[in-house]
Design a binder for this molecule. Sequence first.
Ligand code: C2E
Ligand code: MG
Ligand code: MG
Ligand code: MG
Length: 281
Amino acid sequence: QAKSQGRGRHVFFDVDLREKMQRRLQLEQDLREAAANEQLSVVYQPIADLRSGRVVCVEALLRWTHPIHGAISPAEFIPLAEESDLINLVGDHVLRTTTGQAALVRSRIGASCHLAVNLSPRQLDDPRLVARPCRSPGRTTGIAPNTLCLEITENALMRDPAVAAGTLSALRDIGVRLAIDDFGTGYSSLAQLRKLPIDQLKIDMSFISALGECRDAEAIVRSIVMMAHAVNLTVVAEGVENARQLDVLRRLDCDQVQGFRIGKPTSPDRLPIGQPSTAGR
Ligand code: C2E
Ligand code: MG
Ligand code: MG
Ligand code: MG
């Protein structure tokens, strides 16, 4: 009986799987051309200091406008790129674009604004790839490494902790700041993470969305903030959408906030000029 059930399911699975595979293959092919054809762009989302309300950093988020399918989410095409060598091409493109636009971003947000860029696991394999956009001593091109923050997920670090530690240390040595993205969704402990040269934890949006709706969420966020502060990490809350979440986060002593309530991801030429964020109020 189990066998016939399994077989029935198999048929549906096949059709579904074939469509998915076709789209994947097509997108993978198209992505190869996308960078050259100016279909990739970078938008920037503000991150504000919760006490002063000032925007202290912007996160670079990749966008792909496909000629037929329109906007495709990075949540769909980044995993695709990660399964092939494409991720190095795409990652390099993001780093180059972001460093090229850094001056424009700062002319609007403020001269001391940091830039945060997301890294894929495979980008950690080659420290030079990541360090390349950084300004080397005596040169004027590139971004000053101490104004660059790189975001990495827990799982990316745990893929090969020794290699990750090597790359992170090399980056840290030149002054780059390092953040753990989507914290709380992976399988690592703060004890493991503490061995790595990191500066910041970004609490995953799922915990922030539940604030004010579920008492457990508040307890979890409170303990993350306390643990992080105990080992000298700053804490960013991701996905802050309303004033109530902002109030709770302030009460829990969170350091920085990011989310639609503060600002949506925006192309660099449309970033508000010297805007006061809603976080300080
Ligand atoms: P992430 O790094 O955790 O980025 C935060 C995501 O949450 C972004 O989605 C952002 O638009 C969204 N977001 C921010 N505030 C809010 C909010 O208040 N409410 C809601 N509902 N969403 C909010 P996006 O841009 O679609 O990116 C998704 C993920 O794709 C990113 O998650 C990151 O993991 C990955 N990604 C994006 N750009 C890059 C890139 O250049 N390189 C790599 N390796 N990954 C990237
Ligand atoms: Mg991120
Ligand atoms: Mg995140
Ligand atoms: Mg995420």
